[in-house]
Design a protein around this ligand. Structure first.
Ligand SMILES: Nc1nc2c(ncn2[C@@H]2O[C@H](COP(=O)(O)OP(=O)(O)OP(=O)(O)O)[C@@H](O)[C@H]2O)c(=O)[nH]1
Length: 359
């Protein structure tokens, strides 16, 4: 029974899967619901929050959007998330629905578990966990690591007891889901999409529903109102790490390592103004490929253009578009967040991007 509890939807999914795009779309067709949004992002520039604030939806104004940028929400539940929720619940005007976008690197499990905290549990319930998938990235084998290579690495280094960090996180996000959105369906044909569906079904230990989508377009009645009370079912959604921990405990072994984000790194590159937009985007493509950058996003400044240019890259795919005029108090400059695996060469990437900016 949910009673008068406010429903909260947790939206998760790997970097660049299309979470923000789907939420933007949801805000513009929310069926009259007043929505409060909590946006968590990995990386020091609040790009997602900025993009969402820019969409001007009446049912979710700038005041209804809270950004949590102190790292991944799964690691800052007690310090960041719980106080944010409490503040939200004290507001005079209660939202009809709360939507939480996790960072692309967050494990949803600790966040869902937080809804069992006594102060939260009496007032809010998890309506559902929705995992957004970049179907094209799955089809490209982005999350199917080369197992032979990993096995060889493990044999060479006994301390490596993990699957690849990408694959493990991807599967943990699937395992937490009540509903999986196979997004970016426009980039695949029917056969390709079917193969992705089978691949995903084989990776989740539960059997959540799946819906295909283009540009995150899913009717709000499909996304909201699932009524799952997911916080009551966290025992069935354990992450790889929790399962390893339990197995070690049963075997009487020590297994002490916390979930952290050491496998991934993010940094911001400042690059002044862009001399030539087309040449810059082309050069970024090469930098991304050469350094195996997982995600790159931010805003760029072009002299003579009153609008800021949004840059969004997911693997080799780059989108760029002007979203709104620069504010008078804003510093017109190019700032990009770069996210990659931990051994990414920050100095070389920053140099290459600055060189690309100069044209
Ligand atoms: N072709 C295609 N591109 C999409 C689709 N959905 C989103 N994108 C693009 O994918 C990029 C990433 O989308 P976002 O919505 O920012 O992804 P996200 O999951 O919020 O990203 P992070 O917050 O960084 O993890 C953007 O350039 C989007 O325009 C889709 O269905 N098809």
């Amino acid at each position: 029974m949910q009673g008068q509890k406010i429903p909260a939807t947790v939206i998760t999914g790997f970097l660049g899967a299309g979470k923000t795009t789907m939420i933007r779309n949801l805000l513009s067709n929310a069926g009259g619901r007043k929505i409060a949004l909590i946006v968590n992002e990995f990386g020091d520039l609040g790009v997602d929050g900025e993009v969402l604030k820019g969409c001007g939806a009446e049912n979710c104004t700038e005041d209804d959007i809270v950004e949590l940028t102190n790292g991944c929400i799964c690691c800052t539940v007690a310090d960041d998330f719980i106080p944010t929720m409490e503040k939200l619940l004290e507001r005079d005007e209660r939202p009809d629905h709360i939507v939480i976008e996790t960072s692309g690197l967050a494990l949803p499990q600790p966040l869902v578990a937080a809804f069992n905290w006594p102060d939260i549990k009496t007032r809010v319930t998890v309506d559902g966990v929705i995992t957004v998938v970049d179907s094209a990235a799955v089809a490209d084998g982005r999350f199917a690591e080369d197992h032979d290579r990993l096995d060889a690495q493990r044999q060479a280094d006994d301390a490596l007891d993990h699957e690849s960090p990408l694959e493990e996180l991807f599967e943990d996000q699937l395992t937490a889901a009540d509903l999986i959105i196979l997004n970016k369906a426009d980039l695949l044909d029917a056969t390709g999409l079917e193969a992705v569906r089978e691949d995903i079904a084989g990776r989740s230990r539960r059997s959540p529903s799946m819906v295909t989508a283009r540009q995150g377009q899913v009717p709000s009645d499909v996304l909201l109102g699932l009524g799952m009370e997911s916080e009551a079912d966290i025992g069935n959604r354990k992450s790889h790490h929790e399962l390893e921990h339990e197995a070690a405990h049963e075997a009487g072994e020590d297994h002490h390592h916390d979930h952290d984000h050491d496998e991934f790194e993010s940094f911001v590159v400042e690059a002044g103004s862009i001399a030539d937009q087309v040449a810059f985007v082309d050069a970024l493509k090469s930098v991304i490929a050469e350094h195996d950058i997982l995600r790159l996003k931010g805003f760029a400044h072009l002299p003579g253009k009153p609008m800021r240019l949004v840059i969004q890259a997911v693997g080799a795919r780059i989108d760029s578009y002007f979203d709104r005029p620069w504010g008078s108090a804003e510093d017109r400059a190019t700032r990009l967040v770069v996210i990659g695996l931990h051994d990414i060469d920050q100095a070389a990437i920053a140099d290459a991007i600055r060189r690309a900016a100069k044209g």
